[in-house]
Design a protein around this ligand. Sequence first.
Ligand SMILES: C[S@@+](CC[C@H](N)C(=O)[O-])C[C@H]1O[C@@H](n2cnc3c(N)ncnc32)[C@H](O)[C@@H]1O
Length: 293
Amino acid sequence: MGIDLSTLLVDKKTVNSLSNNFEIILGDSLENLERFDSEQFQMCVTSPPYWGLRDYGINGQVGAEFDIQDYIKNLVLIFREVKRVLKTDGTLWLNIGDSYTSGGRTWRDADKKNIARAMSYRPPTPQGLKPKDLIGVPWKIAFALQNDGWYLRSDIIWHKPNCQPESVKDRPTQSHEYIFLLSKQENYYYDCEAIKEKSTDGLGSRNKRTVWSVNTEPYKEAHFAVFPTKLIAPCILAGSKENSWILDPFLGSGTVGEVSLKLNRKFVGIELNPEYAKIAQNRILPLVNNFTF
Ligand SMILES: C[S@@+](CC[C@H](N)C(=O)[O-])C[C@H]1O[C@@H](n2cnc3c(N)ncnc32)[C@H](O)[C@@H]1O
């Protein structure tokens, strides 16, 4: 990888001490966030693993907790650290999808198109829910973060026109996920002009609405849910100015890194799985002229 973690162990780090305009850190997000000084980043945009749906094949992964309460607790702790390292007028843009209770199944077979969908277990139905219940994971997380002091400012529906078909016959096919916009304080940096959309008559512009229709985009080599670049660009444009530092503590294939650099921002990404961190590194290095390793 491009970074020697031992240099991080000595003192708390400021983003200005980084030698590049980006950094990919291989390791656990909570541990590595703790190594940063407070109020370093303008915004964080990220998608943590879903609960009980994907197996990223590595110890310490978030999302593989047996009990949903432990999953939510872990995310609250990670995002508490994110809050600490965000500037006071900073924002968190958090993408998360929902899932259903397992209905008694204890494992799920591999999906040929998506290897990370194989699970060696299915977590048991959370207390108070029934088999086949929609869990409401995104809102459980949103309320937990709100209780932890975050301001919950908006729920954005990511509508996926090209969503995966489902073989269900007793409910509509799920074609959306959430992006929550959260802030540290009542007033925060948000550039509504940067993301205005066309008005319905097509003649003028209007404040961006809360339903964003964006096709999913596979990324070569990455067998897990990656962000479409078009989903991330408006978050970064509204949440930061050029040269701001952007954070993604669940970097995956590095989409946030790519979009940040293309929009002239700087970024730090943290990823636990070395294979994925490598994918991110290979994706990002060609965009950077000025790097040293
Ligand atoms: C939904 S994927 C992120 C995909 C990313 N948004 C993209 O566009 O490629 C979640 C990522 O979190 C990583 N992850 C899981 N637990 C982690 C942890 N404790 N610390 C850091 N990364 C973790 C997984 O390996 C996976 O790559």
